[in-house]
Design a protein around this ligand. Structure first.
Ligand SMILES: Nc1ncnc2c1ncn2[C@@H]1O[C@H](COP(=O)(O)OP(=O)(O)O)[C@@H](O)[C@H]1O
Ligand SMILES: O=c1ccn([C@@H]2O[C@H](COP(=O)(O)OP(=O)(O)O)[C@@H](O)[C@H]2O)c(=O)[nH]1
Ligand SMILES: [Mg+2]
Length: 235
């Protein structure tokens, strides 16, 4: 069984070095655009010509770790656009799109939807937004997801957040979520935890090794957790 990870490194201390502070201190404001374009080249993936390269944050963590909840706070406080991969997939189901039935069958079993389907939805959502700051929540869920994103979108995220939460707490939250989701039941949450340990944690470790990971203690109240997140984005 997966246990809470404790030794992902190197990691930035979110309380001492906000992302903007680190960048500005090192290079000054003028370099900000270059900093983002070094990381991202979504134009090759087909965004409008001349658009500023977006600043993309991946938000990772097990089911119920609080990704969606904290994304809402980040949106409110820092003006990001929130793209939940799970929500994009659920919209495909409810709009009876071509892939809707296939997506439903995978989600109800707690498995991972084929990468190209998810990446295409993310790409469309980025392209149709005027914003240049995105939170991509609940993606990539596997190394294969990550590689497909890099192939289709043509770049890496600027930073990655990981909400680290004990399994018992995640299970409790999922079972109390009350959104009527087909996958929020005891059997499937167990399956999703297994999928997270086997396929998603390698993605977390990949970004830790690249020095892009902010690991956040996902226990405590929503407010307490957000105070751990805030310094990452605060100027
Ligand atoms: N810190 C917290 N303490 C208790 N419950 C929480 C906390 N953060 C989120 N929740 C609740 O737990 C459930 C799962 O949170 P959610 O943000 O949907 O997680 P995720 O997107 O990672 O699955 C929701 O019902 C949410 O309201
Ligand atoms: O990139 C993704 C994101 C989600 N899912 C599917 O959608 C479900 C719900 O994902 P969501 O992120 O909404 O769940 P959460 O972690 O927030 O509970 C997952 O278990 C997967 O079956 C997927 O296949 N690929
Ligand atoms: Mg979620």
């Amino acid at each position: 069984m997966w246990r809470r990870t404790t030794s992902l490194s190197p990691l930035f201390s979110s309380s001492k070095h906000s992302l903007l502070n680190r960048t500005r201190a090192a290079y000054g404001l003028r370099i900000w655009k270059m900093f983002s374009s070094e990381i991202q080249n979504v134009e090759e993936g087909g965004t409008s010509p001349g658009r500023t390269t977006p600043f993309i944050t991946f938000v990772l963590g097990g089911p119920g770790s609080g990704k969606g909840t904290q994304c809402a706070r980040i949106v409110e406080n820092f003006g990001f656009t929130h793209l939940s991969a799970g929500d994009l997939l659920r919209q495909e189901i409810s709009s009876y799109s071509e892939n809707g039935a296939m997506i439903y069958n995978i989600i109800k079993d707690g498995k991972i939807v084929p990468s190209e389907v998810t990446v295409n939805l993310i790409q469309k959502a980025i392209q149709s937004s005027e914003n240049d700051k995105f939170l991509i929540d609940g993606f990539p869920r596997s190394e294969e997801n990550r590689l497909t994103y890099e192939r289709i979108i043509g770049a890496e995220p600027s930073i990655v957040l990981f909400f680290d939460c004990p399994q018992e707490e995640m299970v409790k939250r999922v079972l109390n979520r009350g959104q009527g989701r087909v996958d929020d039941n005891e059997n499937i949450v167990k399956e999703r935890l297994k999928v997270f340990a086997a396929l998603s944690l390698p993605v977390v470790n990949y970004y830790a090794k690249k020095g892009k990971l902010y690991k956040i203690d996902g226990t405590g109240t929503e407010d307490e957790i957000f105070e751990r997140v805030r310094p990452i984005f605060a100027t």
